[in-house]
Design a protein around this ligand. Structure first.
Ligand SMILES: NC(=O)c1ccc[n+]([C@@H]2O[C@H](COP(=O)([O-])OP(=O)(O)OC[C@H]3O[C@@H](n4cnc5c(N)ncnc54)[C@H](OP(=O)(O)O)[C@@H]3O)[C@@H](O)[C@H]2O)c1
Length: 190
């Protein structure tokens, strides 16, 4: 009997994949100001985020985040890694041939599974994050807490109602002033 290739015959959506959400936020849970300003994020945090992208080897973002990154210099660093942009739009202007679009978070993960990725990195913004949590797709979460507050802004999660229990897996000091919380998202029984 020929051994079955690992994963052969298993539907794409059932193949195991570790899904990580990684975000920088203020101490009161904002990921950007209302005008999309994220200059509160330190270079140390950015380095930590980039190291995670290199480790995971891909990134899933909402269309607004992609468009904002595209206007700046951030996307240049990620030209050769698979970036999946989640959008309802049928066509979307992409910055690299390694980037593609997906019509839902689940589709984005299916695309990465097809490319034999064992992990996926969800990288914002708040609308995409909330969709992923609502659909129970996230396994782990890294939250880098910047020592900043502002009264209003874009929330870590926005636009969807959900609840989740977390298990603290670790705390790391990124710098004298910055902490990283690493959580496991406990799956709720449906
Ligand atoms: N601090 C950080 O670490 C960090 C990281 C990333 C982003 N940010 C900030 O977050 C802000 C952007 O967040 P945001 O909430 O406004 O936008 P977003 O989540 O980046 O993008 C929202 C868009 O993504 C698409 N989308 C999201 N969920 C979807 C779903 N379930 N199905 C299909 N399409 C879906 C839709 O695109 P269409 O409208 O095209 O259909 C939606 O309008 C920016 O200010 C950015 O700088 C901060």
């Amino acid at each position: 009997v020929q051994p079955r290739a690992k994963g052969a015959g298993v539907p794409e959506e059932e193949k195991n994949m570790n899904v990580i959400l990684y975000m920088a936020m203020t101490a009161n849970g904002y990921i950007a100001k209302k005008n999309d300003d994220t200059t509160f994020v330190s270079s140390k945090e950015w380095k930590s985020f980039c190291a995670m992208i290199r480790k995971v080897g891909n990134m899933v973002v909402g269309s607004r985040t992609y468009e904002i990154m595209r206007k700046g210099v951030e996307l240049q660093k990620f030209h050769s890694i698979p970036v999946v942009v989640v959008t309802h739009r049928a066509s979307f202007s992409l910055a690299s041939s390694h980037h593609c679009i997906a019509k839902s978070p689940k589709d984005a993960l299916a695309i990465l599974r097809k490319r034999n990725m064992k992990e996926a990195l969800i990288a914002g913004g708040g609308t995409l994050n909330a969709s992923c949590m609502k659909e129970g797709l996230v396994d782990e979460m890294y939250l880098d807490i910047e020592p900043v507050l502002f009264g209003e802004g874009i929330n870590l999660f926005s636009g969807k109602k959900f609840e989740a229990d977390l298990k603290l897996l670790g705390i790391k000091k990124l710098s004298k002033n910055e902490l990283q919380f690493h959580y496991r998202v406990m799956k709720k029984k449906k």
